[in-house]
Design a protein around this ligand. Sequence first.
Ligand SMILES: CC(C)(COP(=O)(O)OP(=O)(O)OC[C@H]1O[C@@H](n2cnc3c(N)ncnc32)[C@H](O)[C@@H]1OP(=O)(O)O)[C@@H](O)C(=O)NCCC(=O)NCCS
Length: 402
Amino acid sequence: MNRPVYIAAYHQSEFGKLMGMTVPDIIKTSVNQVCDSIKTDPAAIDVGSVGATCTYTLNQQGLLAGLMATVPGLAGKPIESVENACASGGQAVLSVIYKLLLGQGDVGIAVGFEKMRDHEGKMDGKLIGQALGVFSHPDERPGKVYIFPHIFAEVMADYMTRNGVTERDLAHVSCVEYGNGNNNPYAQMKKIKVSLDDCANIGDRNKYIIDGLPLKTYDCSQITDGYAAIIVATEAGLTKLGVAKADCVQIAGYAQATDSLLRADRDVLKAQGAVTAMNKAYAMAGLTSADVNVAEVHDCFTVMGAIGTEVIGKASFGQGAKYWVDGKAGVDGECGINTSGGLIAKGHPVGATGVAMIGWSAWQLLGKVPPALQVKNAKAAATFNIGGPICASVCTVLKRAV
Ligand SMILES: CC(C)(COP(=O)(O)OP(=O)(O)OC[C@H]1O[C@@H](n2cnc3c(N)ncnc32)[C@H](O)[C@@H]1OP(=O)(O)O)[C@@H](O)C(=O)NCCC(=O)NCCS
């Protein structure tokens, strides 16, 4: 059964520090706030899904679905917790869509979140390195302390060598994104101003993270607390919620694909699963990359801003960094990519990220983002969310509902 599905509502916290909020508080609050945004009662929701990654390791909490079911109106409904590393949020949205396609209801909620900092907003880098490191293959961990920064530092070095790209070229990604983040009230780095030189050169704050590899502080996404929630509905669901279709965005294409967790097994610079998922999503939407002028891609590190640009089809393999250098990814460029600030400046509350990419893109298509970040004539959007070393990919294509 293929039924059109729409984003009836989107809500997110400010990304950064949730201080004393506990995991039960976060899940409850995210459900209630997204429902409040369209003045609906959680009882109107038929199915749910919640994605997060570090709850066992950092928060000592499992069975998140049961926490969602503590919200009055949700008990006894089909709700599941999903985990696909940093693609958990995108996976939660897909999980809800699949339930709706199976006819289990007409209204679903997807929540993604992460609580990575303590109640004072501080973080333990080594502990987080370990907590995120479990999402790599054990054979690829020895000799690495900060496992993902280390893996992506190697990916960055490979990308630069193969494609003749410089550290300064990739610094354009972070420089553009910090600039966007400065205009996004939800962004963790909204107050941090950096120039291209700050991002490209070694300085007080910008240091090499792993000896002998090119990754620097400003190439990295943030350690972030945050939550994001989407209400997805069928046409009947929109009617039930009293939300006009004209105020909605259609999730017109969506797909998921997973490659081997072993990076050594494959060419991650041309990740097969990512490209397959993106192309399936375009085909399902009946659109091509030429039709989208808004995108949110998974820039966990600057090299992924470049590779993400290639995956969404805006540049050929090896040419993604150039797209940013040439200014084509800016708000006024050919396709506004990561106008939210991306994971680098908006922040990366791991489980929330995939939900937030879709939510922000929907706001772009509805003309609801701050004017300085609004893409003119926003037509259609692509999102590309990954987990692990470009391993699990969730891609969507969004367009205004008609
Ligand atoms: C890159 C990284 C190592 C930086 O760590 P860090 O420097 O300890 O980062 P912090 O977040 O504690 O930032 C330190 C402070 O500097 C501030 N800061 C950042 N840039 C600044 C600037 N240009 N000027 C002034 N202050 C700045 C931050 O706001 C923060 O302030 P706060 O402590 O008041 O909140 C860390 O963010 C990281 O590991 N990122 C990768 C995450 C990851 O692997 N995710 C998974 C991807 S697959």
